[in-house]
Design a protein around this ligand. Structure first.
Ligand SMILES: Nc1nc2c(c(=O)[nH]1)N[C@H]1C(S)=C(S)[C@@H](COP(=O)(O)O)O[C@H]1N2
Ligand SMILES: [Mo]
Length: 340
């Protein structure tokens, strides 16, 4: 164990950042290349020169508070989880679909293993995670990034204190050397630059759990608030691409679908949502996205709107109303053109 603290770290960039590879071929692969996976930060990226000095503290409603260095974490049993990773989109416009998504392999220590070592008390209901980044978001300065998880999710064996992505150490931009990964939950919950886990009986009061990433909706005249935790069913079409021109021949419409609860069904519509037909969907492996395909022969030339709608095993599906997981659409052209 080391006695140092992370407090002398400097911040490199300030303000919200997003890096996204827009290459439409990115999602042809089941496993997304790390360089093709989006990166998001709200406050800035810490300047971590020496990751051997990193420490992670586990405190709160625990019998034995503990501190782990990177070496301590590396010495514990490592677990690998392959999972989709999706950003919920901007908390300033939470209903706008972004579909920042990828499917990657994470390796690290199960959060459940570490929680077992510290012996959480019977009052525990949430696990709060804190990242060291600080800076300005939406004109307000924050001195840390903080999220929370219900205890049963925290104990899910897929939830990792992750040290590697796609078998490489996690880079600083991606939240390394130590970050949380919560498969099945929106990316916002996977705290990067993880310095603290605090077992608590109350939710975190941070802006990133109460002001942002809290969906608000009027239901029967009452305000309903729900934390942006579990990922709702969603899908993307990989082929054909939006704006593509294809010949009037049989083609395979295919893509990926995902949801915290596995995807049970994907439907495809070619007529703007009038009629729907079932696609073939593979069963889920681990927490990965699921490939669907649908054979289609255009009956005429012209412009077509392909829509896809995934339904999960709990019966939740993609709505038509504006939502981050709104029914997915691509526009394509079918043309009798010999030189395509
Ligand atoms: N400490 C910290 N963790 C964070 C964030 C952040 O701003 N600070 N952004 C969150 C959001 S909104 C997303 S989508 C994911 C992005 O992870 P990635 O950059 O590895 O794709 O990190 C989450 N974890
Ligand atoms: Mo995000």
């Amino acid at each position: 164990m080391v006695n140092s603290s992370n407090s002398d770290l400097k911040m490199k960039f300030f303000g919200f950042g997003l890096v996204q590879n827009r290459d439409p071929r990115v999602h042809e692969n089941r496993i997304t290349d790390e360089r093709d996976l989006f990166k998001v930060w709200h406050l800035g990226i810490p300047d971590i020169a020496d990751s051997s000095q990193w420490v992670l503290n586990i405190t709160g409603l625990v019998e034995h508070p503990m501190r782990f260095s990177l070496a301590d974490l590396q010495a514990l049993p490592q677990t690998t989880v392959t999972a989709f990773h999706e950003c919920a989109g901007s908390p300033l416009n939470p209903k706008v679909p972004q579909r920042r998504i990828g499917n990657v392999v994470w390796t690290g220590v199960k959060l459940a293993d570490v929680l077992q070592k510290v012996n959480i008390t019977s009052e525990a209901v949430y696990v709060i995670s804190r990242g060291i980044d600080e800076g300005v978001y939406n004109n307000v300065h924050y001195s840390g990034y903080e999220k929370d998880l219900p205890l049963d999710k925290a104990l899910d064996p897929n939830v990792l204190i992750a040290l590697a992505i796609n078998n490489e150490p996690i880079t600083v931009e991606r939240g390394g050397p130590v970050r949380l990964v919560v498969p099945g939950y929106y990316g916002t919950n996977s705290t990067k630059w993880l310095t603290d886990l605090i077992v608590s009986k109350a939710r975190s009061s941070s802006a990133f759990t109460t002001k942002y990433y809290m969906d608000r909706e009027m239901v029967d005249g009452e305000l309903k608030e729900s934390p942006v935790w579990g990922i709702h069913p969603n899908s993307i079409v990989v082929h054909p691409q939006n704006g593509q021109t294809i010949k009037p021949e049989e083609c395979m419409i295919w893509g990926w679908a995902w949801a915290e609860a596995a995807v049970a069904e994907v439907e495809v519509s070619i007529d703007g949502g009038e009629t729907w037909q079932k696609a073939n969907v593979e069963t889920r492996s681990n927490m990965e996205w699921q490939r669907f395909n649908f054979r289609w022969k255009p009956k005429s030339v012209g412009e077509f709107c392909i829509m896809t709608r995934a339904t999960d095993t709990k019966g939740m599906n993609q709505p038509f109303t504006p939502r981050r997981n709104q029914v997915s659409r691509v526009m394509i052209f079918v043309e009798q053109c010999s030189d395509l």
